[in-house]
Every structure is written in structure tokens, then in C-alpha cells.
Design a protein around this ligand. Structure first.
Ligand SMILES: [Zn+2]
Length: 334
């Protein structure tokens, strides 16, 4: 079925190529033509685009969709108490519900969150989530492009909330086999949750799997001052230096938060080809601090935006995220 959007006020092909008052014709999943007064093919749906902007779909580069069920429940907490008082009990309750009702809950939280994102112009996300086939099925049913960042942790998280390490490893390999479809809507990446939630051996194994299966790797890193201080005390290295020490700083890495970094950390990230995901509203809600995004960008590190999960944001709205990123950068740069 073809779709013709007539008289769009603006068509944004990329930041430097913006056209005014023209039509867009799509057929299936492809744009067939952009121009003025395009001829309408037979069997076409026509939409009036007057007053509207047509632009590429937005990418939410980091979220946790299961937290869509946890909106508005964690005011005033910083990261560690937030994990202990909000996140872990909620995960436990969800796990119990999923045990009783099968995996339907995962389908529902994915569907609800994906529909909210589509309404806000987001067509793709990286979802660091509990892992369920139903997440992938929901994305395919809705037509949403999703990356399941397979969450790994083998310490600190309460033992009842995680599988044994051997089971986790096998389950991730099976999940990659079944749901990593680079030519389709669903792909998989490897996601050790953060340095302090994984042993060094486990982090290295995760990096080896990313390499072996040609996958991306996402990790929360340097989110709080306490995380950095603890890592330095334990290993003599900052979290970023520790990733470098383990051989995990490379172009596959998507480093989420990167709030508390020093000049050497920034040089290491810049030289590695890694990218950074900035989650300004989450950093504000959990009082993490302000990521030095201007400095990171000046150093050549690609910076993308993510909402993080709704337990530390309340919305999946990239427009709010863009505005928050801009305003926070103004605060930190002046
Ligand atoms: Zn996160």
C-alpha cells in the first residue's frame, strides 16, 4: 500500500537538507519520491501534511522498557537507594507475576512503551531489559525496530533476581541465535549492566561474545561519583580505565551516562571509537550530576541521546530529552 503525504511544511532529509512545501510518497517500507505535486499512484492513501514536519524516525539509544510500569514511583532517591528501594523490589514483583502468568507481561510492557515512543516520533530503541521472547514478538507485531541489549550481572544484584552465571551465559547465546536478525526488525547486543555489577571475568566473557557474534555492547558507566570512588578504591582505576584494562574500550561499546570522567577517561574513550549515550533527564532525576557532553563531543566522541527507563524519567519522550540536553549543556558550559 502506498502512502502520499501532501504539502508537508518541512521535509528534513538530514540536518543540512531541509525542503519546504513538498510531498512525500512511500511504498511499503521505502520512500519512493520527495517533491512538489507528485502524481498519486492508484490505491494510495493520502494524508494532508500542511503544518507538519516529516523527518527521520528518532532513535532512543538507551532505555529499559520494563520500567514503563514504574512511572512516577521514585521521587527524591539517588542511584543506590533507588536500586534497593524501587528497582529490585519491582523486579521481584514482576518476576513473580511472570511466573504466574507466563511471559505476557513482557509483551504488554513492550507494546505500551513502543506505542508511546511511536507517538513521539521514535521508531527505534536500544532496550537494556530483562530478556523475554515476548519483547521481540511485540516489536515485530508493532513494526518497531528494537535492539535487545541483553542485560548481564553476576554480583551485587540480589541473587534471587538473576540466573546462575552458567545459565545466564547459555540463555544469552540461545537468545542471540533466535532473535538477532540484522536484516529484520529485532537485533541483540550484549549489555553487562555496569562494572560494579559484573566480575572482571564475566565482563571479559561478554566482550568476547560481542566480538564473536559481531554485536554491539552497551554498559552504564561512570554514572555517579560514588561508583567512580569505589572503583578507584578497589582497583586503582576509574571505571573507564578499568574497561580499557579489560580490553573492552572499542568501537562496539556504547557507554551510557559518562557523567563523572576525568581528562584521561575522555582521551581513552575518544581514542577507542566508543560512543556515549547521554540521558540528561535520568541524570537529573537521580541527581547523578551533569555529563560533560560538550567536552566529549569536542574530543570526537559520538554522543547520542536516550531516555533511560521510566523509573528514572517517567516518559519516553526524545523531544524532552533534546531540550534537557541543551539546557543542561548551557548550565555546565557557562
Ligand atoms: Zn539505564
Amino acid at each position: 500500500m502506498a502512502l502520499l503525504i501532501r504539502n508537508c511544511a518541512y521535509v528534513v532529509r538530514n540536518p543540512t537538507q531541509i525542503e519546504r512545501d513538498c510531498d512525500v510518497l512511500t511504498e511499503g517500507s521505502h520512500i519512493q519520491a520527495i517533491g512538489k505535486d507528485l502524481p498519486a499512484p492508484s490505491r494510495v492513501e493520502i494524508i494532508d501534511g500542511r503544518g507538519c514536519v516529516v523527518l527521520p524516525g528518532l532513535v532512543n539509544a538507551h532505555t529499559h522498557l520494563y520500567q514503563n510500569l514504574l512511572k512516577g514511583i521514585s521521587p527524591g532517591l539517588t542511584l543506590v537507594p533507588w536500586c534497593n528501594q524501587v528497582l529490585f523490589p519491582s523486579l521481584g514483583a514482576m518476576r513473580t507475576l511472570m511466573g504466574r502468568n507466563g511471559k505476557r507481561l513482557a509483551y504488554l510492557w513492550t507494546a505500551i512503551a513502543s506505542i508511546e515512543m511511536i507517538r513521539g516520533g521514535i521508531t527505534s530503541c536500544v532496550n537494556m531489559d530483562t530478556t523475554s521472547s515476548e519483547i521481540m514478538h511485540a516489536w515485530v507485531d508493532i513494526g518497531f525496530r528494537g535492539v535487545l541489549a541483553y542485560t548481564l550481572s553476576n554480583k551485587w544484584v540480589p541473587a534471587e533476581l538473576r540466573a546462575s552465571e552458567d545459565n545466564m551465559k547459555q540463555q544469552m547465546l540461545d537468545f542471540i541465535q533466535n532473535y538477532h536478525h540484522p536484516d529484520g526488525l529485532t537485533t541483540v547486543s550484549v549489555a553487562p549492566s555496569t562494572v560494579f555489577l559484573c566480575t572482571d571475568d564475566f565482563l571479559v566473557w561478554a566482550g568476547e561474545q560481542a566480538q564473536a557474534h559481531d554485536l554491539g555492547m552497551q554498559i552504564h558507566i561512570a554514572e555517579t561519583a560514588g561508583e567512580v570512588a569505589d572503583q578507584v578504591k578497589e582497583t586503582g582505576r576509574t571505571p573507564v580505565e578499568h574497561l580499557q584494562h579489560l580490553g573492552l574500550l572499542n568501537e562496539r561499546l556504547s557507554a551510557v551516562h559518562v557523567v563523572h570522567v576525568n581528562p584521561r577517561d575522555i582521551d581513552l574513550l575518544a581514542g577507542s571509537g566508543a560512543q556515549m549515550v547521554h540521558c540528561p533527564k535520568s541524570n537529573m532525576k537521580l541527581a547523578d550530576g551533569i555529563a560533560p557532553t560538550a567536552l566529549l563531543r569536542k574530543s570526537g566522541i559520538p554522543v547520542s541521546l536516550g531516555t533511560d527507563g521510566c523509573a528514572s524519567n517517567d516518559l519516553l519522550d526524545m523531544w524532552e530529552e533534546m531540550r534537557a540536553a541543551l539546557l543542561l549543556a548551557r548550565v555546565s558550559e557557562n
